[in-house]
Design a protein around this ligand. Structure first.
Ligand SMILES: [Zn+2]
Length: 531
């Protein structure tokens, strides 16, 4: 798997063409043949179909302090490219209507408005398209001026494709036909809220059903617009024989090859625009070669003036979210896969500030309360960053507990490691250190707990700060705290978001580092993986 950006690359799909050119240029005796071939090539100038790609775009405004992304910039870029390459299709490979701070209010409507202005042609669903349930997604689809494609998302009630999306589309340019279809990851059924009536079929089963139909409809060149993991994309390329995969989901710039198809994924939030030129023979309709370029979307690009009204409409909210709160000197790890399974620098920081703000012995935050699911780069931290890390704004209470209850809480916190991929209950902590062995049976996994260097005393009383969600609502299954005496009640308690914001604002820059307070002792015992 390659994860580097190389400005321009080329694959010669037609090896025979390459061999022919090499054979001809190697011999001066065949000069007549060369001029004959050149004349023929001129007559059969390939038709260039340009695919423009974005994926995982959660906000239309620029990101990274305004330096990268921005759908208005991409929109103007598309218009410029179309002047020179008129046969252009603008594609979104899933994940846009959720999650974001704006979508908490507008449920993705603001993204559809932006895509409509940008001239987007086709989109496939990402897992996050189902976060607000299937009926909100259908509302967003009705507002869309572009087409959604998903050949493997089925409405169980009718047996047809969800929301009557077409199984595929065929586009004709200068006499050559290109077929497109969409594929969504099956994980969506577990990680989002598609509801009981939506089924998502195996990507290969769906693709091997659709591809022959596209060929039968006269297209020789097939583009799969996908939202899958890279390993699933590679499998899809091999099982279906598609010509190019425009994918997403990883939030990493990836360029890979499988079967005979290159696979492209941009990072996220339109930080890059992928440009993939398909050079198709006019006489045979075959794909001769592919050129591509990863175009950085930066603040050196201008906005499409068509976005002025949209900026005005959402301007006040966007402006308030862009207010700087403080700075970070280091990268902040708030990826869900990390905060729900291991110590991270931001997990430590949040648990620390819970403890410090309340004067408790111990701070605890469940990994599932820490959102954002991102790596935040060093630099300015905005109100949007704070809200995206702790969006629920729960109160942080302080309780009095015995050491035995704290031990039970830690056991509960690590009990599903190994069975669940990203357990929301995983405890990020402050003021104590713990070690656990996930090969042991749940309830007996904690191998050591210390508070201030001393072993946790089951009989002693400690104070602990955590959110009302965990302390009072048994959130993520923490029901052992329910009857504990409260030293800071919810009515007097600060909110988690305020605590975090104040802690960031109180110093010139934060620089949290992990210090080994959480240890998983069975790591390395059997960690063989195969992708
Ligand atoms: Zn995704």
């Amino acid at each position: 798997m390659i994860s580097i950006s190389v400005p321009v690359r080329r694959i010669l799909v037609s090896v025979t063409l390459l061999a022919a050119i090499l054979a001809l240029t190697a011999s001066t005796a065949e000069f007549n043949s060369i001029s004959h071939a050149t004349a023929q090539e001129t007559r059969d100038c390939p038709v260039r179909v340009t695919l423009l790609q974005v994926n995982d775009v959660y906000q239309f405004a620029p990101v990274d302090g305004g330096t990268r992304g921005g759908v208005a910039r991409v929109s103007l870029l598309r218009k410029e490219i179309m002047k020179e390459s008129p046969h252009t299709l603008f594609l979104l490979a899933g994940d846009t209507i959720s999650p974001s701070i704006e979508s908490n209010t507008y449920k993705g409507k603001q993204m559809i408005e932006a895509w409509n202005l940008s001239g987007l042609d086709y989109a496939t669903f990402g897992n996050h398209e189902f976060d607000f349930g299937p009926s909100v997604l259908q509302d967003r689809m009705r507002e869309s001026h572009f087409k959604w494609l998903a050949a493997n998302v089925v409405d169980k009630k009718t047996g047809k494709l969800f929301a009557d999306t077409p199984e595929f589309v065929i586009r004709e340019f200068d006499g050559v036909k290109v077929g497109l279809f969409g594929i969504v990851l099956q994980d969506t059924l577990l990680t989002s809220r598609p509801g009981p009536d939506v089924d998502i079929q195996d990507p290969c089963a769906a693709a091997t059903r659709v591809v022959p139909k596209i060929h039968a409809a006269g297209a020789q060149v097939i583009v799969a617009l996908t939202h899958l993991s890279m390993s699933e994309d590679k499998q899809l390329a091999r099982c279906s024989g598609v010509d190019v995969i425009i994918g997403g989901h990883e939030h990493t710039l990836l360029e890979s090859m499988s079967g005979h198809a290159p696979i492209f994924k941009m990072t996220s939030d339109a930080r890059e625009l992928g440009r993939i030129d398909l050079n198709i023979s006019k006489s045979t309709g075959k794909l001769e070669s592919i050129d591509w370029q990863i175009i950085p979307v930066t603040d050196s690009l201008k906005d499409d003036p068509a976005f002025v009204a949209l900026d005005r409409k959402y301007g006040p909210l966007l402006k308030s979210l862009e207010q700087p709160v403080g700075r970070t000197e280091v990268q902040l790890d708030v990826k869900s896969a990390d905060v729900r399974t291991q110590e991270t620098n931001m997990g430590d920081f949040i648990a620390d500030v819970f403890r410090q703000a309340t004067g408790a012995d111990i701070g605890l935050v469940n990994g599932g309360s820490i959102r954002a699911d991102a790596t935040i780069q060093p630099g300015v931290l905005t109100k949007r960053d704070v809200l995206s890390i702790l969006p629920y704004n729960n109160k942080v209470v302080k309780m009095q507990l015995s050491g035995a209850v704290i031990r039970a809480a830690l056991e509960h916190g690590v009990a599903s490691i190994g069975q669940e991929a990203q357990p929301g209950r995983f405890p990020q902590i402050s003021g104590l250190r713990y070690a656990y062995d996930a090969t042991r049976k749940p309830g007996a996994r904690i191998t050591s707990v210390t508070v201030n260097g001393q072993p946790l005393d089951n009989k002693r009383t400690y104070t602990l700060a955590t959110t009302t969600y965990v302390a009072l609502e048994a959130g993520d299954g923490y029901d052992m705290f329910r009857n504990a005496p409260l030293l800071i009640r919810p009515e007097q308690a600060p909110s988690e978001t305020d605590i975090l914001q104040k802690a960031i604002a109180s110093v010139p820059a934060i620089a949290p580092k992990i210090d080994g307070r959480i240890k998983r002792v069975d790591l390395g015992k059997d960690q063989s993986t195969c992708n």
